[in-house]
Design a protein. Sequence first.
Length: 226
Amino acid sequence: MQISPKILNLPPYLSTTWDNITSLKTAIDGDTYILSVTLKTGEPVKIPNLDQPTLKAIFKAHAEAVEQPIEGTPPRFPIPFSFSLPMTKREGPIASLGNAMTHNPEQADLPDIPPDILSNIAMIAKAFGLEETSELPDPEETCNCVYCQLARALKKMKPEAKEKEEIVEEKELQFREWDVAQSADKLYVVSSALDPNEKYNVFLGEPLGCTCGHKNCEHIRAVLQS
């Protein structure tokens, strides 16, 4: 007879692993018990003449087998924090993350949290305001609890560099409407910045004038301001 979280061996009736069993059921037969085992194939197996200690051992082993993670699936981790916790200014972001921000030696042997899950938790923690990690206690080097794993991840994260603000001088914000080029003594060619074919000749001598035919025109002002 062998009863463990991996195998149920009750000769000559049954010998199989727990992953082949779907349910257990008992019935009383005088001073002993009858155990009805249902296999995944649907086949029922009855095992008679069992005493109470043996029956308890079988059910305990079955419970332990059910609680074990299925091979190939990622390990389960304790819930790191609760979003229902209120965050006041006095408590700050650390309190809002609950037990995840508390070192727990009982979780020292916890498996490594998968990188993608750890990264998501760290990003959520950052969203709660934990960009400044200097106030966090240093994680224990040999501890793998949720806090220590998270603290190590947070302390490796660097605050995102703020984009450098480009300083634009006021003169660069001014729209340039006219281009001015000197063509002779006191004679200037004023052309439109939008239409190079639009040109005027401005003379700053005596008499002051512009080929547009208007006095004190914008073309004369453009030359004086250049």
